[in-house]
Each structure stands twice: as C-alpha cells, then as structure tokens.
Design a protein around this ligand. Structure first.
Ligand code: FES
Length: 252
C-alpha cells in the first residue's frame, strides 16, 4: 500500500512572539501535525528572502515565516519588511512556476498558542493537497529566483523603499506604495529573466535559440535580456550558430 504523503515544512519563528507562541502550544498540549522543522530567529525581519528559496531547494515542501503582529515587533518594524519581502517572494515563486503556496507568512503572539497550532494544521493540509515538492524539477527556476533576490538591483530597490515612498526626491516627488510595488515587480520580473539566462549559460556558450528553449522565454525576450546583460558586462557574443548568435557568461 502506498504511504500517505506527510509534508516536510520549514518554519522560521521570531524569538519574541511566534517562538513563545509555539512554546505555549507545546506546554498547553494543543494538537498540531509534527510536520514542521523550526529555526528560531531574533526577528522575522532577519529572515533573508533567499533563505525561503534555499529551504525549497533543500527539499522542504513548504517554507513558513512566523513573526509578531504589526505594532508588536521588538525591533519596531522588522515584520513590516517581512510582509513586503514575502509578498515579492510569493510573486516570484508564482512567476517561476513553483507556486506561491510553497511559502507563507503568518503573525502569532506569545499568547496565541492555539492560533499557532491552527496555522500549522491549516498550512500542513494545504501543502498535503499540493503534493511533494521536487527541487530537481524546479532547480532552474529556483536558482533564478535566488539570483533575483541576491541581485544588487533588487536589493538596492528594496533597501530604498522607505526613502522612495516616504520622502520626496529632489523634484519634490515620492512614489505611492502601490506604484513602488509595481516598480519592484517589474524589476523583479526583468531580473528573473536575466537570472534564468545566466543560469543556462553556466553550462557554456549557447545560442539564443538554445537559451530560449531551455528558459521557455521567447527568442525576443532572450535577445532583449542578452542586450541588457551585454551592456552590464555579464555576457559576451561568442560567434554564430548559422545565423543565430551564441553567447557566453562572463560572470565569475
Ligand atoms: Fe517578532 Fe520582529 S521581533 S517580528
């Protein structure tokens, strides 16, 4: 008989609220499935978005981040950053075909042991319905998502969010939050395409058509992103295959 699928879930818990909530769930004997492996961090804001992707790369079926409720973060606004970053991580996981439901964020206070148990039960059930996650199948898109989250452009933009949305620039203009989100997603989408191409080029010189086939981007998109990468000194033309140009990566 086939064994029932039991999800393996990685959960980052902030020390001050969620971890205490999980502790309370334990001492109060609230029931929840033994599916989570816990990593305690001082604040949910300390969880780098790349850690979420690395959790999936290491074979977890879902990665959760638990933090304090808004207004309760012991480092003032760490959880506000977490919420925004997780929004982009989920959007990128969706874009890459991995699926936004492979990651989640929830807020639990030290007094909410039952809520913690309820969330673990709910998210275990949701992951069970998704089925096992195969990191091999998604190795290329996951590597590209990690590439975006590590990219200088993406990190600069997320680091500048408050500057761009809360203070006026020299032209007395500032971005609305929704405008910023749109800009961030546009940049993340373009960086994702570039990261896919750079990942494929790790195998050596490839023609535009080969890259298009492997990344599932159109030839037009590949050509545009290769132009960007060439200007940035990250790729170089390496001859032609018939009439199709071939490129190599110059990344270290
Ligand atoms: Fe809990 Fe910051 S201390 S989210």
């Amino acid at each position: 008989m086939e064994e029932a699928f039991e999800p393996r879930i990685l959960a980052f818990l902030c020390n001050w609220c969620s971890y205490a909530g999980a502790d309370l769930a334990g001492v109060s004997r609230f029931q929840y499935p033994p599916t989570i492996r816990i990593i305690r961090t001082m604040c949910s804001g300390r969880v780098d978005p790349v850690h979420v992707v690395e959790g999936l790369m290491s074979g977890y079926d879902c990665v959760l981040v638990f933090g304090c409720h808004f207004g309760d973060c012991h480092y003032v606004d760490g959880n506000l950053y977490t919420a925004k970053r997780m929004d982009v991580v989920k959007w990128l996981l969706d874009l890459s075909g991995v699926g936004a439901d492979r990651a989640e964020v929830r807020w639990v206070s030290a007094a909410e042991g039952q809520l913690f148990a309820d969330y673990v039960t709910e998210l275990t059930e949701r992951t069970r319905k998704l089925g096992p996650f195969d990191p091999e199948t998604f190795s290329l898109p996951l590597a590209a998502v990690a590439g975006v989250l590590n990219s200088v452009r993406f990190r600069w933009l997320t680091g500048m969010e408050r500057q761009l949305t809360e203070r006026e620039n020299v032209y007395h203009r500032k971005l609305e939050e929704d405008q910023f989100k749109q800009v961030l997603k546009t940049v993340a989408g373009l960086e994702y395409q570039k990261a896919l191409i750079l990942e494929v080029l790790k195998e050596g010189a490839q023609s535009v058509r080969e890259i298009s086939r492997k990344t599932k981007l159109s030839v037009y998109e590949v050509s545009l992103r290769l132009t960007d990468l060439e200007k940035a000194g990250q790729v170089e033309l390496k001859g032609y295959e018939g009439t199709t140009p071939r490129f190599i990566s110059l990344a270290a």
